[in-house]
Design a protein around this ligand. Structure first.
Ligand code: AGP
Length: 590
């Protein structure tokens, strides 16, 4: 992960890069740093543990037309000033996003020669290598260096006395921005929003030399190549909280718009989607974290609507298990960012084995989109909070449409109008439900167990992830029937079991699990759309009534409840729900 950005031109480079880094903080916020190359050819570095904003006072006196910067999500070496990027060696200073897998053996060559390392990172050795390889040509030194690297990298390097930025890419994204008398490079588009009119993406093993006047791109054999330019449509996410105290709450209130816009966008891509998946006899849905939880729901949609074998797997497991794929396998790769390394690589693997790959993503120009046969848009808009809320419901809506279209060879007006009712129900739920006392109960508990059956179980997993992610309260999601096979041993007065019951037929069975919890002195809560179920448990445990969206669309509504509980619980505990500890929004490393 990590966000990186470079600028070279006539403006104040440090200020420019700082602005870009602020927009890349969703990629990590453990530390940040900027290196500036001034007009005399001297490099100055500032870096600090913590958020990008800490650099603001430090760059005040840094003048210069070229700069590279970094916002870090720590992989190798704890978050501290010393491990913050940029890293320097001799005349060279670099920033790196990715993981250098063979860093230990590369480092040994230097430590054997008594070279001192100033950080515990895998990246510092790259600076040492470029410096060692430097013979008056920065690009050649970078090229020689990447030839010995194993792993993933988006690298930017500057050199004392050389008015240029050299860039290299393998597996981690690099976007170049073409300006007039100035040029840019960044790990992701938001950094370049409004800065230049055209951008392009580098391919794996590409290198580039960026000066004020030109950008030269080279392939992995150092042959000049050109990469397709596209208009820079990147928009900087509005940082306006619109009166909400946190982005998580703001984005939760944008769930209805996310569903509405995702539904409106589908008819336009329906034809190309159906063409790509035509003849599929098996569906595999892939994703990580929340996107995997959406995949679990998508799997049930394909099974129920199309009666086709469907599997949901976490991308990180799929890519290492020698998967069985035929040319009749359709893979739906789900990712808010479209940059999650495991999902991109899993999709790439599936494609190389002959599967048709459908990207279900919020990011139209992401790595995932570029390697997929077709892209189904999730129109959630930008999601700043690290915890996914509206992107999850957008994904579920998109998967519902994908499964239905696959089953029926298209989407009817009637089906669309069914979905169009959901945003209103979510809005009602957001305005009417009060989860305060349940959230407080969760905040005071030793552990929270979300339970449910079938689709409710998939949402239970998401509720559990959301709660632990933003509140740090230990939590697990279980199929309701599994409780008695082990977890019941943990139930006591300090635990809360939250049962989701949105499927009338299965509610009876889930009710049994709640009874078992209550009879063992555990605290319980029921979230349901059924008055009958609510009446059964009212006065015995906390009950939250949600609008009825019907069995298959209920996850779009029940998700709002579990997301709201997690948010409130985080707030009660004084956590920052938007930037939970140890996490990042975009996970671009393994
Ligand atoms: C969700 O709240 C998490 N932040 C996380 O699980 C996320 O969904 C996961 O990292 C996948 O990200 P992606 O959708 O961008 O691929």
């Amino acid at each position: 992960m990590c966000g990186i950005m470079g600028y070279i031109g006539g403006k104040n480079a440090a200020e420019n890069v700082l602005e870009g880094l602020k927009r890349l903080e969703y990629r990590g916020y453990d530390s940040a740093g900027i290196a500036v190359l001034d007009n005399k050819g001297t490099i100055s570095v500032v870096k600090r543990q913590g958020r990008v904003i800490k650099l603001e006072p430090l760059i005040k006196n840094l003048q210069g037309g070229a700069a590279i910067g970094h916002t870090r999500w720590a992989t190798h070496g704890r978050p501290c000033d010393g491990n913050a990027h940029p890293h320097s060696a001799g005349r060279i200073t670099i920033v790196h996003n990715g993981i250098i897998e063979n860093y230990a053996e590369l480092k040994k060559q230097f430590t054997d020669e008594d070279e001192t390392f100033f950080s515990e990172t895998d990246s510092e050795v790259v600076a040492k290598l470029i410096n060692k390889n430097y013979n008056g040509n920065l690009l050649c030194a970078l090229y020689k260096t990447v030839c010995v690297l194993k792993g993933s990298y988006a690298l930017m390097a500057i050199c004392e006395g050389v008015d240029a930025i050299a860039v290299a890419k393998c597996k981690s994204s690099v976007i170049l921005g073409f300006g007039s008398g100035e040029n840019y490079c960044a790990s992701d588009e938001p950094a370049l929003a409004g800065k230049c009119s055209e951008i392009c993406s580098l391919e794996d093993y590409d290198l580039a030399l960026i000066t004020r006047k030109s950008i030269q791109i080279f392939d992995g054999n150092l042959n000049p190549v050109s990469r397709t330019k596209r208009p820079n449509t990147a928009v900087s996410a509005s940082l306006d909280l619109n009166g909400y105290p946190h982005y998580m709450l703001k984005e939760l209130h944008e769930v209805p718009a996310s569903i509405k816009n995702t539904v409106s966008a589908f008819p336009e891509v329906c034809g190309s989607y159906l063409k790509a998946v035509a003849g599929a006899d098996r569906i595999i849905l892939l994703g990580c974290g929340t996107a995997y939880h959406a995949a679990l729901i998508g799997k049930r949609y394909f099974e129920c609507f199309a009666r086709i074998p469907a599997e949901a797997e976490t991308s990180g497991e799929f890519r290492y298990k020698n998967p069985v794929i035929t040319k009749n396998t359709a893979v739906l790769a789900i990712s808010q960012s479209g940059e999650t390394a495991d999902t991109v690589e899993a999709a790439r693997l599936a494609s190389s084995l002959g599967a048709k790959v459908v990207a279900v993503t919020n990011a139209p120009y992401s790595r995932l989109t570029r390697i997929s046969d077709v892209s189904v848009p999730v129109e959630a808009g930008s999601e700043i909070c690290v915890a996914a809320t509206k992107s999850y419901t957008g994904q579920v809506a998109a998967l519902y449409l994908c499964a239905l279209a696959f089953a029926n060879g298209g989407i009817s007006e009637k089906e669309l109008s069914e979905l169009e009712k959901i945003p209103k129900l979510c809005k009602t739920a957001l305005n009417d439900i009060n989860v305060d006392s349940l959230a407080q109960m969760c905040a005071q508990s030793h552990g929270v167990y979300f339970i449910g059956k079938d689709l409710d179980y998939a949402v239970a997993l998401e509720g559990s992830l959301k709660l632990k992610e933003v509140s740090y309260v230990p939590s697990e999601g279980y199929p309701a029937g599994e409780l008695k096979h082990g977890t019941l041993a943990l139930i006591d007065g300090n635990t809360v079991s939250v049962a989701l019951m949105f499927d009338e037929k299965l509610s009876e069975k889930c009710s049994n699990a709640v009874e078992q919890v209550l009879s063992r002195g555990g605290k319980a809560a029921v979230i349901t759309d059924s008055e009958t179920i609510a009446n059964k448990f009212r006065n015995r445990c906390s009950v939250i009534i949600m609008p009825n969206a019907g069995k298959y669309l209920s996850p779009l509504v029940s998700a709002v409840a579990v997301q709201a509980i997690a948010y409130k619980c985080a707030v009660f505990l004084g956590r920052d729900p938007d930037k939970p500890r140890n996490l990042a929004k975009s996970v671009t490393v393994e």
